[in-house]
Design a protein around this ligand. Sequence first.
Ligand code: ADP
Ligand code: MG
Length: 642
Amino acid sequence: MSHVVVDNPHGLDQQLAALDLNPDGQGGGTGRRYIPPHLRNKDAAKNGFGGYENKDGGWGGAPRDAAYNSFGGRNDRSKSAFFNDRGAGSRGRYERGGFGGGGNSRWGEDSRGEDDWSKPTAPNERLEHELFSGSNTGINFEKYDDIPVEATGSNCPPHIESFHDVDMGEIIMGNINLSRYTRPTPVQKHAIPIIKIKRDLMACAQTGSGKTAAFLLPVLSQIYTEGPGDALQASKSSGQENGRYGRRKQYPISLILAPTRELALQIYDEAKKFAYRSHVRPCVVYGGADIGQQIRELERGCHLLVATPGRLVDMMERGKIGLDHCNYLVLDEADRMLDMGFEPQIRRIVEQDTMPPKGIRQTMMFSATFPKEIQILARDFLEDYIFLAVGRVGSTSENITQKVVWVEENDKRSFLLDLLNATGKDSLTLVFVETKKGADALEDFLYREGYACTSIHGDRSQRDREEALHQFRSGRCPILVATAVAARGLDISNVKHVINFDLPSDIEEYVHRIGRTGRVGNLGLATSFFNDKNSNITKDLLDILVEAKQEVPSWLESLAYEHQHKSTNRGRSKRFSGGFGARDYRQASGGSGGFNSNRSGRSAGGHGGNRGFGGGGFGGNFYNDGYGGNYNHSGSVDWWGN
Ligand code: ADP
Ligand code: MG
């Protein structure tokens, strides 16, 4: 441990000094050779995670459908160039599209269903610009290979190294190019082939590691290959029954469920990208927005539906949506979708209506956290699934530097101002509080202090929520005060700092909140204010800091130690007693070593100093504007190991 040792943890001045808010701070890491987190303890990682590639030898797992046997596209690089010559887009190959340039936004005429869904429709420059202009540029995954992966379950296919290693068809390849994804992220390398061979999947991968595309790409690719099948006919017949053209019940081929409205919208936006120039029309339904408008959108055709559970049930009950032909079910943030709040609605949608049963449909679950008890519950929805864990146990990304500081309730506001003042102008800061009232109060306070800020929480109207998010994303309001509603899934570039003004009471929530920064290989900072009120999270927080090789304040160690001795595991909900989980619970008794290695200290009792808190090394300037500085000392090792 280095410079965060503070004798009097309650002294604000000393905390500030320890945090190096002062740009000249003499941080313990200054001048040390920086070792990127994922390159530390390299040997442990290597030994711990025997690559599964060789275990099962080849594809073995008989796909449910022979049509999906073919990975023949391997190395067929010619396809990648496909959309690059779109200047010549009106040449023969687009002629069959015939959607008048509407791309994926047009759907409806009966005859169109007879088109070959695997062929791209005509390009549309305006739409293309709209969909792809904000795309991610130049994130370097080239050397992002040293990441532990564990895949368990029978007959797991080998992973891919490049998008060209698997045949996803020309539409998907074109859209990958337009999105400027040069290489798959680790979770994509593993999940895409698993989904392509039609296996059910429970995938656990760190926040910001590209899980959305990991399911959207293979699912859409399957739909393009298979075509609409019975769904199209069903929709037609329902139109005839209703007697009026257009008033059809829609039968989506794929359903993606998400816990919050904003996340549903975000997934929908991603889906539109990968459905560009296809016959697939994505739709989104979520609460708080005009249902009439959403129904009209559905009636124009809906092949892939992104939904929050409540509004979907409403749509089903109104006869607007039938799940009879839903062959692909995705639960994003799956552990949240299956916890007590949502479980009854999920059962209503998946088990108590017309959706094909597990084994017939394909079911995929994604999250950064999977408590064991939720994994057990999830079995109800999965058939012979593969469990995939990408990243280290504990699943906070090591790109996120985590700081925990002792701040008394009364000092929180002034401490926050200090942090905000030390933040660079161009970066966004997300501040989490526990209650909606608390969010309003803090927003007011910051506003009065002259900060451009906004807020998002459950008592605000949906319109205000979306507007707030928009203002934040665009940088017009670089500070967003939020409740847990913003903890899951939101992908906002340039969030450099997440501040837990109030810590949450469970560790999953913590993992997801701080995961709003440090996304796709970027670096981020998470600062949490801790005081007496937070003792229930002490132990889990300590564990996660250790696992992510973060500096642990000595007072937190002492507290955890005291806590453990006072109450043997009291205060820790039973649900999480198995850990917050990045491990296949099916393996728990067998013990394949691997992922357990980092955790050995836990059962050994103490929270001792023998754990090696990971090389310190984060220099003194963390709060001094951008994050580049510390990583660029000449002679140091950069993120990719150079
Ligand atoms: P997660 O769901 O794992 O938290 P997201 O799916 O939201 O992560 O992805 C985070 C960001 O990474 C998004 O902005 C997405 O566009 C980007 N991204 C995903 N895959 C790639 C890739 N292969 N190359 C570059 N960027 C990617
Ligand atoms: Mg996500």
